[in-house]
Unconditional design. Structure first.
Length: 241
C-alpha cells in the first residue's frame, strides 16, 4: 500500500510553454500545428505574430522567443549568421504559393487578367518587407507589366493587410497567399506558375535561448514530421521532399 501511495503522489513532468514568432501568412496554419502538438505532448505554444521584418527586429532586441517561423529563407539565415539562432537548426518548413485573387466571380482568369489592365487597383504586399510582395513583383516584371501597372498598384504592409484590401473591395484584385484562400470557393483566382517568381521558401530556426529547451526542439521535430507536413500541405503550402 505504501508503494502505491508513493507512486500516486509522485509528480508527473510539468507541461512546458514555448514562445514562437510566426510570420503573418502562416499564423492560422501554425495554430493548427500547435493544437495537434499540444494534444500529443501536453505542451503549449504562445505565438507572437507579425511580419518577418518586425519579428526579426524583435529577436535582435532580445525578444523572449524560442522559435522563429520566418516567411523567407534570408531572415532565418541571418539569425544563424548573427549568432541569434542555434547553428544547424534551420530548415524549410513550407513553400508558399502565390495567387491573384478577386472576390468577384469570373474577374480573374490567368495572366491575361493582369495584361488587360481592366481594373483600378491591384494590391500586393510591400516587396521590401514581405517575401510574397517580392514574388509578386517578380511576376509583374517577368510579364513585362511593371510600367503599365505602376499607377494601379497599392501596397499592403503585410500579406494579411493585402488580403484585406482585396476582401473589403479597396482593391479589385491582388496577389495573396494561396493559404489565405484555400478551401474557399468564393471569388476567382489564378494560381501563379512557380516559374514566374523566386521560390517563397519559409524557414524555421531554433533561437539561442532555447538551445537546451527540449519542448522547443520537439515542436520543430513535430512541424517537420508526418503530421506537421500533412497540416502544412492542407493549408496550401508546398514542402521540401
Amino acid at each position: 500500500m505504501l508503494a502505491a501511495i508513493v507512486w500516486l503522489t509522485t509528480p508527473v513532468a510539468a507541461a512546458a510553454e514555448i514562445h514562437v514568432g510566426v510570420a503573418t501568412n502562416f499564423a492560422d496554419t501554425a495554430r493548427t500545428v500547435a493544437a495537434a502538438w499540444t494534444r500529443s505532448t501536453g505542451h503549449r505554444v504562445v505565438f507572437s505574430i507579425g511580419s518577418t521584418g518586425q519579428l526579426f527586429a524583435q529577436i535582435r532586441q532580445g525578444a523572449p522567443l524560442d522559435v522563429f517561423l520566418s516567411a523567407d529563407e534570408a531572415s532565418a539565415r541571418r539569425a544563424e549568421d548573427e549568432g541569434l539562432a542555434v547553428p544547424g537548426s534551420r530548415f524549410t518548413y513550407a513553400i508558399g504559393r502565390l495567387v491573384v485573387f478577386s472576390v468577384e466571380r469570373g474577374r480573374v482568369r490567368d495572366a491575361e487578367t493582369l495584361r488587360s489592365g481592366q481594373f483600378e487597383r491591384l494590391a500586393l504586399a510591400s516587396p521590401s518587407a514581405a517575401p510574397y510582395g517580392a514574388a509578386a513583383m517578380d511576376v509583374i516584371r517577368r510579364l513585362g507589366l511593371e510600367e503599365r501597372l505602376r499607377r494601379k498598384i497599392v501596397f499592403g504592409q503585410s500579406i494579411a493587410q493585402t488580403y484585406q484590401f482585396v476582401r473589403t473591395g479597396n482593391a479589385d484584385l491582388g496577389f495573396v497567399a494561396l493559404s489565405q484562400v484555400v478551401g474557399h470557393a468564393e471569388g476567382s483566382r489564378w494560381l501563379v506558375p512557380e516559374n514566374l517568381h523566386s521560390a517563397i521558401r519559409q524557414d524555421a530556426v531554433l533561437l539561442r535561448r532555447a538551445d537546451n529547451d527540449t519542448a522547443a526542439r520537439d515542436f520543430l521535430v513535430f512541424l517537420r514530421g508526418p503530421e506537421g507536413r500533412r497540416i502544412v500541405e492542407t493549408f496550401g503550402y508546398g514542402r521540401d521532399p
